[in-house]
Design a protein around this ligand. Structure first.
Ligand code: ANZ
Ligand code: ZN
Length: 805
């Protein structure tokens, strides 16, 4: 008998699958299709880590199962290869980022190949390939022409170490997501994408897709839609009004002061009236040094300066109230000014306590008295209005409606919807990204390149170092920058900023449907057939960035009639992280990094795949365990050795028929519901039964091989060949089961006397209560010596006879 030798088996089948183009998606559009997608990796210098195979194996299982179910499956792979780490490596080692990318891709591809994934490698894409980014640029031009790309002077997040502008999403707790350095604000002219115009569509679209709940919730929170009102507060003694945004216009009678943001234009405008201007200016400077994140923290000690010489008038009751400057009000949200209602808003309450401002309760709790001097009362679900003139006695929702009606009638305010979502800062002052295909002409302004000039290729430069004044290295290439205006033919300059890494991944799923098309990003036929993606799995960390950006681009392309469906992904799931053996995040500094190559070398790809699916609930993080790896290798060896006890018997054996149908049912359903670990456990338990029986029929073994194939494709394909089942396993059909045969005909139950187990008996599963109790009593007849007072039967579990004396 041959011993299980994964190295030999795995290389053999990987070659056969390549030669036979086993997993190529077909262009025969008459077949039912299935598009399974995983997030393409960033080919970093570190190579694949053990986190990658978890999602890749999971959807490989789905893809392989779908093929056996008769679908034309597209399961593609590519490289998201623009971006900072490659550029930083290139700078440090004086190698062109193109070369760095090529080497990294080569390594990654070899590693993925060694894991036996059923990717259609003929459709491999690379975001840094000019034939690819031609279409990224093409989409940008469409956005520009639709008025959704614009240039603006923006205070941007500036990483002091990377010397690059960052999107809000790339700033974590005031620090750079990539390098950890402090992020400050800096004003720069930036390309922006108007994702805010799509806020409602992006929210609404969530109603029509099947995303796991936590992904939907975080998309909604990120968009952060809130409805309220804008209200004009007259400035005492002036014509001017201070406009504020509030979600609680019903609390207008409870306003005791106003707050404007340190960047509010009124400070400049009324500078000559402000008696303590020096103090206010000093406060402005202090605020400029803080990030929006720091400023909005709830727990933060409140600071502020009362403006001396300027007051506001509450438009609903004529009361004159002070105006303060405080950094907890952000210029980037609403109108940059608020009405403060300390009785019902926590931040206002803390501020009022610190600076001794009055607190007026205007909502009463329905659950008894509350003391707003002790804490803000923020519960809006219950309670009625008090101290509020014509609103008194109304519930909050009712009062909101009434006050908005009043404000609109009196011309002092309007209903207003706001979003947390900000426009997308789309410029990077770096080299290794897609050039933005725009030229600037003094006469014509920003002019898009004609489409026939795409792709606008990245030129070679001498240095990839960003300049200290924050310009891209491209700015130094005068011969490239200086060009002619496509509009008037006069002298013009190219845009030197490049696109952010999010650009290429915002539409890559479209390119896979038709990756070699030179006329369009993909043909309408390919898009109509393949889109939307049926199942997209990716990391939770991409929920608010990549997922939202790509939905935005796709929705825009739908409005432009480029793609046939409004949402790109029908289903979205997310996996948990794989942690080190110590339960901590894997990192070089902790010395707990596991290299997948080592596992493949020592145990085989099938073992790594099985282990990563068996490691725990797919959606939760899980700690690596070498013992666990060994356990999975032993399981595969036991499957391998089953060859020795295969009998010639046809069909399933009588003893195991129910187990076979049950296992097919369980594995089939678990593979659909992210329960890969319990599917594998079911197969482990089935082979225990084979060993217990001392034999396995040809058909039982065959079914097991098919069920296990998506998890451990190499070994099962080899056994398939050894057993002469005919053809290839990957071309066979997924096994079916009969529901009726999954039901046990006999069950084992416990027989108790006064709650103590005295015997176990086998009875028909569908036995009547009377018969079950009779059978139970017969089995413990010698113990029944007292007077029987109760007889209990729990179907499938037990009979309990309760006796006295
Ligand atoms: C009065 C009020 C009373 C408020 C009350 C809340 C509770 P969301 O839900 O996040 O949209 N606000 C408005 N603009 C702001 C800004 N630029 N910076 C900081 N805070 C701002 O929050 C809207 C609420 O946050 C607004 O409603 C306003 O406070 C505050 F019992 O107005 B509210
Ligand atoms: Zn011009």
């Amino acid at each position: 008998e041959r011993v299980y030798n994964p190295k030999e088996i795995e290389q053999k089948w990987q070659k056969i699958w390549d030669d036979e183009k086993a997993f190529a998606a077909s262009d025969d559009y008459s077949k039912p299709k299935y598009y399974a997608l995983v997030e393409f990796p960033y080919p970093s210098g570190q190579g694949l880590h053990v986190g990658h195979p978890r999602p890749y194996t999971a959807l490989d299982i789905v893809a392989r199962k779908r093929r056996m179910e008769g679908y034309n499956v597209l399961y593609p792979m590519g490289w998201d290869a623009f971006g900072l780490p490659t550029e930083n490596y290139a700078i440090k080692n004086h190698i062109h980022p193109k070369i760095v990318t090529k080497n990294n891709v080569h390594r990654f591809k070899e590693q993925l190949h060694s894991l036996g994934y059923s990717f259609d490698w003929d459709r491999e894409i690379n975001t840094t390939d000019p034939e690819y980014y031609k279409w990224t640029q093409w989409i940008f031009l469409k956005l520009f022409k639709a008025g959704l790309a614009y240039k603006a002077e923006m205070p941007i997040n500036w990483c002091t170490s990377c010397k690059v502008g960052l999107a809000n999403e790339e700033v974590v707790n005031g620090h750079c997501e990539r390098c950890g350095a402090e992020v400050i604000r800096k004003v720069k002219s930036q390309w922006m994408l108007k994702i805010t115009e799509y806020a409602d569509k992006l929210l609404e679209g969530l109603d029509h897709v099947d995303y796991i709940e936590r992904v939907k919730v975080s998309q909604k929170n990120w968009i952060g839609r809130s409805t309220g009102a804008e209200v004009d507060f007259p400035i005492a003694g002036k014509e001017d009004k201070l406009r504020i945004y509030t979600t609680r216009p019903d609390t207008l009678f409870g306003v005791t002061y106003m707050v404007i943001s340190p960047e509010h234009p009124y400070i400049e405008k009324f500078a000559s009236e402000i008696k303590n201007l020096d103090e206010v200016k000093a406060y402005q400077e202090q605020a400029a040094r803080k990030s929006d994140f720091e400023r909005s923290e709830l727990a933060k000690e409140k600071t502020g300066v009362k403006i001396d010489g300027l007051t506001a008038v509450n438009p609903v009751n004529g009361k004159e109230i002070p105006i303060w400057v405080s950094d907890y009000v952000l210029m980037s949200y609403g109108t940059g000014a608020i009405m403060a209602v300390p009785a019902h808003d926590e931040r206002d309450w803390e501020f009022a306590k610190k600076f001794n401002m009055p607190i007026i309760q205007v909502v009463e709790s329905s659950e008894g008295p509350v003391d707003v001097n002790e804490a803000a009362f923020v519960d809006v679900a219950t309670g009625k209005l008090v101290n509020s003139g014509f609103l008194n006695g109304m519930e909050v929702a009712e009062a909101k409606k009434a006050i908005i009606e009043y404000l609109e009638k009196e011309n002092i305010g309007t209903q207003k919807t706001n979003y947390k979502l900000r426009d997308w800062v789309f410029s990077r002052q770096r080299y290794w990204g897609e050039p933005i295909p725009i030229v600037h002409c003094d006469k014509c302004g920003y002019v898009p390149l004609p489409e026939d000039q795409l792709p606008l290729e990245l030129p070679d430069v001498e240095s990839y170092m960003p300049t200290d004044n924050g310009e891209s290295p491209l700015a130094a290439m005068r011969s490239w920058v200086e060009t002619t205006c496509p509009c008037c033919g006069g002298p013009a300059e190219r845009e030197t900023d490049t696109m952010p890494q999010w650009a290429g991944s915002s539409w890559y799923f479209l390119r896979y449907t038709d990756p070699h098309n030179t006329e369009a990003l993909a043909s309408p036929e390919a898009l109509k057939y393949w889109m939307p993606v049926d199942w997209y799995n990716g990391g939770m960390e991409h929920t608010t960035l990549h997922l939202l950006y790509s939905r935005f681009w796709h929705r825009f392309l739908y409005d432009e009639k480029v793609v046939p469906c409004p949402e790109p992904y029908q289903k979205r799931t997310s996996h948990g992280m794989i942690l080190g053996e110590n339960g901590e995040k894997m990192s070089k500094s902790r010395g707990n990094v596991v290299n997948p190559d080592d596992i493949v070398n020592e145990f085989g790809a099938d073992t790594l795949r099985t282990y990563e699916m068996f490691i725990g609930a797919f959606e939760l993080s899980a700690a690596w365990s070498n013992e666990g790896v060994k356990g999975c290798r032993r399981f595969l060896e036991r499957v391998w050795k089953l060859q020795e006890i295969v009998t010639d018997e046809a069909g399933y054996s009588k003893e195991l028929e129910t187990r076979m149908h049950q296992t097919i049912k369980k594995v089939s359903s678990d593979f659909e519901t992210l329960k890969y670990n319990t599917a594998i456990a079911a197969m482990m338990s089935l082979i225990n039964d084979f060993y217990k029986a001392g034999k396995v029929t040809r058909d039982e073994f065959k079914t097991l091989l098919i069920l296990l194939n998506p998890v451990a494709p190499h070994m099962t394909e080899e056994l398939w060949q050894i057993m002469n089942y005919g053809g290839r396993l990957y071309q066979t059909s997924w096994p079916t089961y009969e529901e009726a045969k999954t039901v046990e005909s006999e069950v084992e139950i416990a027989v108790q006397v006064n709650g103590k187990v005295r015997a176990t008996i086998k009875i028909a599963a569908d036995i009547s209560k009377e018969d079950a109790i009779a059978a139970g009593k017969a089995a413990v007849a010698d113990k029944l010596t007292g007077q029987i007072v109760k007889e209990i039967y729990v179907p499938g579990r037990l009979v309990n006879i309760v006796q006295k004396g």
